[in-house]
Ligand binder design. Structure first.
Ligand SMILES: CC(C)(COP(=O)(O)OP(=O)(O)OC[C@H]1O[C@@H](n2cnc3c(N)ncnc32)[C@H](O)[C@@H]1OP(=O)(O)O)[C@@H](O)C(=O)NCCC(=O)NCCS
Length: 143
């Protein structure tokens, strides 16, 4: 139990309607316009944790990992009505719990101050600011 009846737990039996509602609430239409892709993405994730209040789904985070060398944090979302109460951070910590020994933790996110503050709060650094300064990140979008 996190606070006031809010729980963070490993996802089981995710209700697709609730999931779509949560993704819609944060405006992630790239997912909600392709529910089959979202369903497959969730099914293929290494670990998904959810936040619930009563029966309602109010947050979700998921990780894709080989369990040894890399843990990729793919989605973190908290329903707008529940933001800025520590839930996003609790979801990320719980999602990454089994990967404490995995050195390389990476993610892509929007270029917005809120996301920057959130991930810096969690110990992530922009790649250009890493200690060695000799890393480069590449991405390719095929659609
Ligand atoms: C990003 C997101 C997951 C953060 O969830 P949250 O529950 O509001 O975050 P937390 O309350 O755990 O915030 C932890 C810390 O991150 C920082 N932070 C989070 N949101 C912030 C914001 N909007 N502005 C500035 N700092 C912010 C703060 O340092 C905060 O600590 P504080 O409240 O004690 O100051 C949430 O805003 C969200 O779902 N956004 C839409 C989806 C998204 O962009 N996801 C991330 C990209 S994958």
């Amino acid at each position: 139990m996190l606070r006031d009846g809010v729980t963070v737990e490993i996802a089981s039996d995710l209700d697709q309607v609730q999931v779509l509602g949560l993704y819609r609430a944060v405006g992630w239409i790239a997912y909600t316009e392709q529910p089959d892709v979202l369903q497959a993405a969730l099914a293929g994730s290494s670990r998904i944790v959810v936040a619930r209040e009563g029966g309602a789904l109010i947050g979700l985070a998921r990780v894709i990992s080989d369990g040894a060398s890399i843990a990729y944090l793919q989605d973190v979302l908290v329903h707008p009505r529940h933001q800025r109460r520590g839930l996003g951070a609790a979801l990320v910590r719980s999602a990454l719990e089994p990967y404490a020994e995995v050195r390389q933790k990476v993610l892509l996110t929007d270029d917005q101050p809120a996301q920057q503050a959130f991930y810096e709060h969690l110990g992530y650094q922009e790649i250009s600011k890493t200690a060695s300064g000799s890393l480069r990140a590449f991405v390719r979008f095929d659609r």
